[in-house]
Design a protein. Sequence first.
Length: 499
Amino acid sequence: MELFDQLMLGLGHALLPVNMLWCFVGVLLGTLVGVLPGLGPSATIAILLPFTFGLAPVTAVIMLAGIYYGAQYGSSTTAILINLPGEASSVVTAIDGYRMARKGRAGPALFAAAIGSFVAGTVATLLIALFAPSLAEVGLMFGPAEYFSLMVLGLVTSIVLAHGSLLKAVGMVLLGVLLGLVGQDVQTAEPRFTMGFLELASGVSFVVAAMGLFGIGEIARDLEHPARRAVLTTAVGGLIPGRDDLRRIVAPILRGTAIGSVLGILPGGGALLSSFAAYSIEKKVSKPPEGFGNGAIEGVAAPESANNAGSQTSFIPMLTLGIPSNAVMALMIGALIVQGVTPGPLLATEHPDIFWGVIASMWVGNVMLIVLNLPLIGMWVKLLSMPFKYLYPAILIFCALGTYTLSATLFDVWLLMGFGVMGYVFLKLDCEPAPLIMGLILGPLMEENFRRAMFLSRGEFSTFVTRPISLGLLVFAALALAAVLLPVFGRIREQAFEE
């Protein structure tokens, strides 16, 4: 009964006209981002962060969340129609989806993707409502030592699951932590690492760093390699599939939803890992498996269900423990912190409007996405003809304006340009920027909890290993790091990323 009352509270906030409006704006932008290759939800959310400061915290997070799971919907449209996935999570959807389009079955493929995404999103939101409060109650048992160990585990998993070299991932995390320490000391308020710039006394702006690394850096790389444009030469046809197709997609949708719901909770999981895992499993259980790669509708339904379920259950550790499971969730935490709200175990009790409002808004957003993705397919396809030479200058202007509104100083604009150059260099060196953002956000929190734990234990380092939960988290972190350093696991990791 208590859960029902809490969901009604969330629906009351989610159905407010202002929140419904911004939820619609979020899923619309997310769909647009998914359709247009080269942007991505991370860059879009980073660019729009400054423009959410005038909104209420629950409204801002509802909009940003809509961008994230809306992008998973939109990316399937171009993956199926022109073999050009808007998001990495839709790469496997393109394998069979595009084959179906070439055979004149684009309509059933789009229908399977949309229905699978809707079912998965609905189930995943229900799982968040059921299990997130319990995880938050466990989180109430955490003290400073446990929080420090949990953040160590979060940084280690971001290293293990980062693309490319482990050494580069470690370097990016350490650089992020060091950047997070710039500013005033948390206890003495003495400035440190500011290099004489008064503007850095309050620290390196997370919003500026995110916009530079994800926005400008990735834009510069895309300009170097213009996105390939293709033309849809086959008719979309009728959207409603036949009875045989409906029968064939039921089990893949359910299996994909289950896989995505579990993998989305894991650090580094989310939509990308879920879609690849669902496709691989579906191919193994299919009879015969030879149909995969030649236009099997199961190869569309399963990964699309998985990536949408994974994108939504990735909110669970962010809302309940304050730990991001991927780069987008790190941006969400930053957005809440800027609004004066600290995500974690106390979020459900101190800010139930945010906690339950965001969960309930996902149901509302999924209904909106069904309306957007099926009737408006023609409009999304036409948008693909828009030259990037018009899109990129607009993004740069939005980044500069958003940065200037933060502090009304040109220093942050120059800092934005600096992070943009860093982002481009990192991408050229195959250094993923996501671990740096994780370090930038978690670094100051780690320091604060470390110093609190040391104060409470009177300087005894043993407090981190004598407390069972803290010890367990550190052991998990050590095992994850040790496992990936072993040659056999290293080869498996490299092979998985290549695939």
